[in-house]
Every structure is written in C-alpha cells, then in structure tokens.
Design a binder for this molecule. Sequence first.
Ligand code: MTE
Length: 324
Amino acid sequence: MLIRIQPDQIDVPLPSEITPREIFESRRHFLKELAVGAIAGSGVLASAGAWAQVAGTRKLAARRNDSYVVVDKQTSYKDATTYNNFYEFGTDKSEPARNAGILKINPWTVSVEGEVKKPMTLDLETLLKLAPLEERVYRLRCVEGWSMVIPWVGYSLSALIRKVEPTGNAKYVEFVTLADKKQMPGLSVPVLEWPYVEGLRMDEANHPLALLTLGMYGETLPNQNGAPVRIVLPWKYGFKSAKSIVKIRFLKEAPRTTWNVTAPSEYGFYGNVNPDVDHPRWSQASERRIGEDGFLARKRKTLMFNGYNDVAPLYAGMDLKRFF
Ligand code: MTE
C-alpha cells in the first residue's frame, strides 16, 4: 500500500500510518515470504546483559569532533545494542544481540583492493591506528521508519582511501561483509544474497561524513552493531551502512548491492534519506525515534539527507526521484 502524506500533516499520525505491520515490520514480512525455512542454530548465547557493557568490547580513546555532533538526545546503549538489523544473525530485531556473541572478531583483516596503486590487507590494530579516532554523534535513519542517535568512534573513510591511492579508474567503492555459515545462523536462510554487499560512488565515499567505524559509546563495536569494523553513512538509510566488513574494493562500475538486487523498486543504489520519495509500501515523511517515541507513533519529520545538508552538492542536478 502506498501511503502519501504531506510533511505538515505528519505530527498527527494517520490511522493507516500506525499499523505496525505496514510500517515497522513490512520488510520482515516481505522477507518471510521469500524465506524457505526457519533460522537454524539460533540457540547460541550472546553476552549476558547486553545493556551493561556488551561482553568482549573494550574502551577506545577518541577525541570528540564537535563539528559532527547532533544536538538530539542520544539513544541508550541498551536500545542501540538490542534493536538491530543484522540479518546474518536473524531477521528479528532482537536476534543479533542474542546470536552475534559467537562471531570471532580477532584476528580480523580487511583487504583493500581493486583500482588502487597500493592494495593492502589491514589488521584490526592497524585500522585502529590508521588515523586519529574521533567520536561523532550521528543520527541513523532506517528505511523502515525508525531512527537512533549514536556516538560512533572512527575516522573519515577518506583517510583510508588516501593510503591506498585509487587509480583514475576508481569510480565506485564496494564494501563486502563477512559471510561465514559456521558463525552466522542467518546465512542458512536465503532471505538475501550473501555476502551482504554495499557500495558508494567515489565522491560519496570521500565525503568527510562517511565514517569508517570501529566503536560506539567509547568502546569497540559490539558484534551485533557490526564488529569489528563497519561503515556509517548518516545521510543515507541504514541499509547502506554495511557491518563487519572484510573487503573494500575500488571499481570502475557500480557494484551490485544487496538490497538493490533483492528489491530494486524498493531500495535504490543511493539510499539517500528523502522524505519526498516514499517507499512503495510506506511513507518516508516521518520517523519514530527509538526509546523516545511510542512504538506506534511516527511523529518526527524526516529531514532531507537526514539533516546532513552538506552532502547536497554531491547530488546537484540529479533527479532524486529516479536516483533514490
Ligand atoms: N550489514 C550487514 N552485514 N547485514 C545487515 O543485515 N543491516 C543494515 C545495516 N548493515 C545489515 C548491515 C540495516 S538495514 C541497518 S538499519 C543498519 O545496519 C542497522 O545498524 P544498527 O543495528 O547498528 O543500528
């Protein structure tokens, strides 16, 4: 069902808007239709008490970069670590926290390859030292209609891009994430093509907001949030922010990206937050802030580019209804 409402109408949610099935679980239902089995092996125990510090994380010293701190109230650590999308560990929001404890993140390497003069394989300690770690408080808006405000730790992806010296042929960057059936029970269910892959145009990847992320809340990333290394792109829907990255490839052509391949009419390559372009099955004009707005409410107006207007020049002259 297509719900189209004007931004000035959204402070009072329409009855059609507050249907959880339509709004919050629509994607899950869609995927369930595609799935041919139940998730196997989800009995793995996660860290007990995910709302204290998640087991296995450690402190990370980082300087807060005030240029990248939104004033919104931060989402609680408990909400940010127990309400997750990480389908490799299950499609239910609570499953990553329960199932991701098994993921082995040490040793871990990220191979940086493709159209670069200096391909390299980086281990975790090298990644942690590649550039000064910063704390940045970003909004993250999920395509499903909810959002969070999280203090991430990392540095601009551009710092890594500079090190590998892309060739003139590098027009896109692809992020390939871990796909290991032994550790990831969700891989037994063909809901998506594995590995989960995402991508950016080079100028997007070089934008200072694109954060190569190694931690959150002053600690290393909990597994359910994409340990040990993920990308965070605050002006794009959350699905673009690939978790548990093992390969970064520089390409001449646009990569095939997971959600775009799964449902091209619903998830475009760009995935920019845009309140004027509805998802075919729901409005994107408003959002529910996790931990603050009631479960059925979608009271907050969603802002163009999630409020990160600095990125607008990247898309100058593009028809954002077509390139969504
Ligand atoms: N990365 C991988 N590898 N697998 C996933 O299922 N889900 C994406 C993104 N990155 C996903 C992923 C989606 S849909 C969202 S909204 C964000 O991760 C959620 O990140 P969070 O759980 O840390 O809030």
